[in-house]
Design a protein around this ligand. Structure first.
Ligand SMILES: [Zn+2]
Length: 146
């Protein structure tokens, strides 16, 4: 993938009153998710009621930005032509350290993606807006197999 992602002509997100804090934070390069003051669990995607205990006491907190690749797909034929210059690219299910799973754009690393890869938040300008993408944590030299 050698294309400048920010030059893509991709449709933007549909921002609602409920999801606005998420997108406002993304524009600043942060990942913010809801936390429940009733049961203490983290919640994603944005909702009016906690899916664990049904409390309405959800507050926004910045996530650590750490996650694990739960599943992924390499996209060769994008659903929208605006993504075509970037294909093939990888989208993945990121299990956040806080618990919830989110779908995200996975930036390429130095080796092919594998389930279980550790990921770090990598805010990336894509199609004229900053999205909370992730990139693989590269294994340190001493952890590489001989
Ligand atoms: Zn709850």
């Amino acid at each position: 993938m050698s294309v400048d992602l920010n030059t893509l002509k991709t449709p933007g997100p549909t921002i609602t009153a409920l999801s606005r804090p998420f997108w406002d934070a993304a524009a600043e390069g942060r990942l913010t998710i809801q936390h429940c003051e009733g049961c203490g669990k983290a919640v994603f995607y944005p909702r009016p009621i906690c899916p664990h205990c049904w409390s309405k006491r959800l507050v926004w907190k910045d996530a650590s930005g750490r996650g694990r690749l739960k599943s992924f797909s390499k996209v060769h034929k994008p659903g929208h032509p605006g993504w075509l210059p970037a294909a093939p690219y990888v989208v993945g299910l990121v299990e956040l350290a806080e618990g919830p799973t989110m779908l995200s754009f996975i930036l390429p690393g130095t080796r092919p993606q594998q389930i279980g890869d550790m990921l770090l938040l990598a805010p990336t300008a894509i199609g004229g807006r900053v999205l909370p993408a992730f990139r693989p944590v590269e294994p340190r030299a001493e952890e590489k197999p001989q």
